[in-house]
Design a protein around this ligand. Structure first.
Ligand code: ASP
Ligand code: MG
Length: 468
């Protein structure tokens, strides 16, 4: 059986028109003899709004929280009414939606009374986003004549109990997928389930972390040994760089898992880095596709990078970073010093992106955040500390820089007018990153892109777009 997992992000289910396009795309796969398993995100922005409602309720703003819920109820009802014309089906769907919102409102009222939001309750509240969108999408598919079946993702994706960022339990997911999804596809039904949401072994709702629907897609793809995992978004795929910064940017047709993961960590928001893992393990290709431009072939992410004549595949930029410089002569000839520094970052639960060291100084880069003053205060017990915001990390990724000499010289010649604060060439040997002032980032990217993508390899990049 040609199983494909098709994951649709929030913008692909944001309104009746988007859901209509999604239905047509899935129907197209069925017509081509594929057996799709569909994973959907919450409608665009719904997760944020649910979190806002939860926060408001737990701060005692009962009215505010219920008002958010009321608007969400109207949006979901309106979408259902437009999509489902059959009167009985529509009435049943509206009843489901109303029941969900009634119980959500009950939770919000409870929160406003107890004034405490735990991670567990937060997961329960956000789960409504995917529970609702998946119900609506299932009904919309049926309306177009597709034999779709709603599946409760929480019965398939089983995780540990780390609420808000639960870790999947692979063998259980595999078992559940075999008993709850595969039999449906064998009956030529199209299962539709929410992404992101899951449950622990006791059946309590958990989530995989923000943006986790891609992860669900990959987990399900791995569990059913799909022939491909399709991640449908609203961009044409992975680009050589942000087209808003550099209009000359090209679509990357093929990229390796390793390269794509590297980009994902550096803010190329096309997919969740963890998506990559379950697919890599089983050697399943992942395709990033555009639901607004379904005929575009997107980006194919494969386990091995095909040879490419250009050294880099893509340039990613992460802004809003800060650099912390820790300088101490104490570091000279001592050990355990780095550990002390990292213990402080750990204590504040602050991830570090990049580190560079010399004998007496350590520079670290982190997302700018409100914990910085406290971190600096702790670090200043060890050494002299300075921190500075408005930094950007430029990350150039390409499998073909492995073992090539002179690459750094070419990169830094291209940006010789720009002051570079930190440099790192990752151990992965496929990325070269450096830190500059945020205000220089766009210019740096344009200079680098002009040089390294002047003559792009047509096997890897969509050069037709440039020809016009
Ligand atoms: N709806 C969730 C979020 O916004 C999960 C996802 O869309 O991937 O984070
Ligand atoms: Mg997403």
């Amino acid at each position: 059986m040609k199983l494909v997992v098709m994951k649709f992000g929030g913008t692909s289910v944001e309104d009746p028109a988007a859901i209509g396009r999604t239905a047509a795309i899935v129907a197209g796969r069925v017509a081509n003899g594929k057996s799709p398993v569909v994973v959907v995100s919450a409608m665009a922005k719904v997760t944020d709004q649910l979190l806002r409602a939860a926060a408001a309720a737990s701060e005692g703003d009962r009215t505010g929280a219920l008002a958010i819920s009321e608007r969400l109820r109207a949006r979901h009802r309106d979408t259902a009414v437009v999509l489902v014309k059959n009167a009985d089906d529509c009435a049943a769907l509206l009843e489901t939606i109303d029941k969900k919102f009634d119980s959500l409102d009950e939770i919000l009222r409870g929160l406003a009374a107890i004034l405490e939001l735990t991670p567990r309750i937060s997961d329960l509240i956000v789960s409504y986003g995917e529970l609702l969108s998946s119900r609506i999408v299932t009904a919309a598919f049926r309306e177009t004549g597709m034999d779709s079946a709603w599946v409760d993702a929480r019965e398939v994706v089983i995780t540990d109990s780390q609420y808000q960022k639960a870790a999947p339990i692979d063998h259980l997911i595999e078992q559940r997928a075999q008993t709850k999804l595969v039999p449906l596809t064998e009956k030529k039904k199209v299962p539709v389930m929410g992404g992101f949401i899951a449950s622990n072994e006791a059946g309590i709702t958990t989530t995989l972390g923000r943006g986790g629907s891609d992860f669900t897609g990959a987990l399900i793809g791995g569990a059913v040994s799909a022939e491909a995992i399709e991640i449908w978004t609203d961009v044409d795929g992975i680009m050589t760089t942000d087209p808003r910064v550099c209009p000359d940017a090209l679509r990357v047709k093929v990229i390796s898992f390793e390269e794509a993961a590297e980009l994902a960590y550096f803010g190329a928001k096309v997919l969740h880095p963890a998506t990559i893992l379950p697919a890599v393990k089983k050697n399943i290709p992942v395709l990033v596709l555009n639901s607004r431009n379904a005929s575009c072939e997107g980006t194919r992410i494969t386990s091995l990078a095909p040879p490419c004549k250009s050294p880099f595949k893509s340039i990613a930029v992460k802004k809003k970073l800060s650099i912390i410089d820790v300088v101490a002569s104490r570091m000279l000839m001592t050990h355990g010093y780095m550990r002390e520094i990292f213990t402080i970052f750990d204590k504040h639960q602050c991830p570090v992106d990049m580190v560079s060291t010399s004998e007496v100084s350590v520079s670290l880069s982190v997302d700018s955040n409100e914990k910085l003053p406290a971190i600096a205060a702790d670090l200043s017990k060890l050494a002299d500390v300075k921190y500075e915001g408005k930094k950007a990390l430029v990350c150039m990724v390409g499998d073909d820089i492995r073992g090539k000499s002179g690459m750094a010289a070419q990169v830094f010649t291209a940006i010789r007018h720009i002051n570079v604060r930190m440099i790192s060439q990752g151990a992965s040997e496929i990325n070269m990153s450096f830190m500059i002032d945020e205000e220089d980032a766009d210019e740096a990217v344009r200079s680098l892109h002009a040089i390294f993508f002047k003559d792009p390899d047509p096997a890897i990049f969509d050069v037709d777009a440039r020809r016009g």
